[in-house]
Design a binder for this molecule. Structure first.
Ligand SMILES: Nc1ncnc2c1ncn2[C@@H]1O[C@H](COP(=O)(O)OP(=O)(O)OP(=O)(O)O)[C@@H](O)[C@H]1O
Length: 246
């Protein structure tokens, strides 16, 4: 009998602990997470749940390599030939983290941060041109996404600095969704969108899922969360036990 082995998880977080040290407050320590363990398989959208302050954003930042991981591992495994085997972001040197971002993981933050004076369409096309896609194809794909996200064509050649909050967020979403990467981190991508654009983001997530992309996200909007989540992880379950209760 042929055995089909299950796919390797794209993301495997194991035994992660995180404590912040407040250097400006006499080294005060805030323990946020202990023993955090979960996996995200290819084609799965896992949502981080739990009350405000539970550590959801900190988890995304640790996976992306913005925050250091105190204990445990954050292993990303992809079939990308250039990526070359699993990488533990918790232990990787900065160059390896940058390579993992280029080849393996995207991050859709809540706010657009971009170089001033660059037109919106170029901001969206850039993640493709940076990865070797020709500029004509990159601009075509950027135009298609901007159209889906209802950004009027008259805005495409303008820098987004003067755009409304919702328009900037949609440019940000287009930029985050345009590259084909095995892992996508989503920090409240629908936070200030109207119902139509929220629906478009839900569709974009479904398309990524169908192409085998693993996604880890935060969605406070419960209706959106129910539509996108394959599983919800209760981050509070990984709160450190107060010393008095230990
Ligand atoms: N850079 C930092 N320095 C110090 N403390 C931090 C830092 N980042 C996060 N924290 C603290 O860690 C805890 C978790 O924050 P985090 O932003 O991860 O929570 P969250 O679950 O995403 O909250 P919310 O739903 O309100 O966005 C909070 O108490 C926060 O103050």
């Amino acid at each position: 009998m042929t055995r089909i082995s299950p796919p390797e998880p794209t993301l495997a977080v194991a035994g992660v602990g995180k404590t912040f040290t407040m250097h400006l407050q006499g080294g005060k320590q805030i323990a946020v997470l202990r023993g955090l363990s979960f996996t995200v398989d290819p084609g799965e959208c896992v949502v981080l749940g739990g009350t405000s302050g539970a550590g959801k954003s900190s988890i995304l930042k640790m996976v992306y390599g913005n925050y250091a991981v105190d204990t445990g591992s954050v292993v990303i495994t992809t079939g990308h030939p250039a990526y070359g085997g699993p990488v533990d972001i918790a232990a990787a040197d900065p160059r390896r983290v940058l390579a993992a971002r280029r080849d393996a993981m995207g991050y859709v933050s809540q706010f657009l941060r971009c170089v001033p004076r660059v037109p919106a369409i170029q901001i969206v096309a850039e993640p493709l041109t940076e990865r070797g896609v020709g500029s004509e194809e990159a601009l075509d794909r950027a135009a298609a996404l901007l159209t889906r996200l209802a950004i009027p064509e008259r805005l495409w050649s303008l820098p987004p600095a003067t755009f409304s909050g919702g328009e900037q967020q949609r440019v940000n979403i287009a930029r985050g969704f345009i590259p084909e990467l095995p892992l996508l981190l989503l920090d409240e991508p629908t936070a200030s969108l109207d119902a139509h654009n929220s629906d478009v983001v839900v569709e974009l997530i479904a398309e990524k899922r169908a192409r085998g992309v693993a996604m880890l996200g935060i969605f406070h909007d419960t209706a959106v969360r129910e539509r996108v989540a394959d599983r919800v992880i209760d981050v509070q379950a990984f709160a450190p036990v107060p010393a008095a209760m230990a």
